[in-house]
Design a protein around this ligand. Structure first.
Ligand code: FES
Length: 175
């Protein structure tokens, strides 16, 4: 995933100032994205994709700016963000797991795999583990239908995943 480096403020800075500085950096990144799509009619979805690629999620405080630039209401932008499973309203964990729940994978045990993942991680689909290490997301076809059930771990595809191989994959990444 392409993630723009948004510098965190120095630790010595008071927390509220650091938070404001971080939000200002996020807003600047969103403004650059909006400018890149300035003359593109109906660019809301490409804009949201670019924002998520850059920041990892669609921060709530940027919705008004996106809405204004796209001549939409905040509610309309919020509606699109929440309608599509792909978009996140909160930052993801350090590692993102996507488990395919589309038909071919379902027929090969994807539901059981997802249940195992939820149990193993202690969070439900669309959730993030308490330590912020993993976010678990359902996906709808990862293009590996012939080798289902499929999942991705930090955008790397894995085919014919079993609960056992899922555990092994997790063990390979630093928490
Ligand atoms: S249905 Fe799961 S990868 Fe296509």
């Amino acid at each position: 995933m392409r993630q723009e480096q948004v510098q965190q403020a120095q630790p010595a800075q008071p927390a509220h100032e650091a938070h404001e500085a971080h939000e200002a950096q996020q807003l600047a990144a969103v403004q650059r994205i909006l400018q890149a799509h300035e003359n593109e009619p109906g660019a809301l979805l490409p804009v949201l994709h670019d924002v998520q690629d850059a920041l990892g999620y669609i921060p709530a405080h940027t919705v008004a700016v996106i809405a204004e630039a796209q001549n939409l209401s905040r509610a309309e932008v919020h509606g699109v963000v929440t309608y599509y499973h792909h978009f996140r309203s909160e930052p993801a964990g350090r590692h993102v797991i996507q488990i395919c729940r589309a038909e071919a994978c379902q027929s090969m045990g994807a539901d059981a795999l997802l249940a195992h993942a939820e149990l193993r991680l202690g969070c439900s689909a669309h959730g993030t583990t308490k330590d912020g290490a993993f976010t678990l997301e359902p996906a709808f076809c990862l293009g590996l239908c012939a080798s289902s059930p499929a999942m991705t771990l930090d955008d790397q595809p894995h085919a014919r995943v079993t609960p056992r191989s899922f555990d092994a994959l997790l063990a390979q990444v630093a928490p």
